[in-house]
Design a protein around this ligand. Sequence first.
Ligand SMILES: CC(C)(COP(=O)(O)OP(=O)(O)OC[C@H]1O[C@@H](n2cnc3c(N)ncnc32)[C@H](O)[C@@H]1OP(=O)(O)O)[C@@H](O)C(=O)NCCC(=O)NCCS
Length: 211
Amino acid sequence: MKDLIIIGFGGFGREVDWLAISCGRNVAGFLDDSYEPGIHEGYQVLGRVEQWVNYSACEFVVAVGNPRTRKLIVDKMLTFGDPEFATLVHPSAIMSPSVSVGAGSLICAHCTLTVNFSIGEHTILNMNVAAGHDVVIESFVTVAHLVAISGNVTLEDGVELGTNSAIRQGLTMARGSMLGMGGVMTKNADKNMVYVGSPAKEFKKLEAFPS
Ligand SMILES: CC(C)(COP(=O)(O)OP(=O)(O)OC[C@H]1O[C@@H](n2cnc3c(N)ncnc32)[C@H](O)[C@@H]1OP(=O)(O)O)[C@@H](O)C(=O)NCCC(=O)NCCS
């Protein structure tokens, strides 16, 4: 198996280091524009993101929680070549064989995903996400820990769900929308709109999720 490089040396990046090790992967180090190369708190930072080309024999994951930032990083990497992105699924995750997971996506510990379920590229399901049947989660989606997603839900590109939020069955959250922590979504979400509360109400508009 190829060595893995994690893009992003924040707290989530270090969690992904643990996820990768739990998946039996060897982590060669981190790339992050905000840190000097060297050892930081026992972790190896190799250099800036564009230096991925020096490690093209490795696979990569982008461990940055914000969907817009994650997409910008992936798009920047693609301007320099064609990096190979890994898919990491923690061994404690419970998923039927009908769940598909795209390149660059991360499924953390104790997620439970049932049947007829698709997950796009560079999507993150943090710990203890529970999701029902016939769910479509597109690309660059971030689902925080302890989120409940009911059956027949669609999360379009760039959606973000805060910790301990919940979505009623059959709903669609449109591209770039967000539900704040603890929110309960009972209606479809408009593009790039943030919702909070139970039942969730409009809170503020975000910049458009990049195409
Ligand atoms: C919804 C959210 C994006 C708003 O962030 P923000 O724009 O920075 O908002 P602020 O923190 O300035 O709060 C503004 C007001 O909204 C309230 N508010 C913030 N988040 C809220 C939420 N999730 N539910 C209800 N009210 C919320 C605040 O209490 C504050 O109220 P006030 O004006 O009466 O004091 C953010 O609070 C949130 O929920 N983010 C997700 C966090 C999360 O799950 N992280 C996971 C990391 S793994």
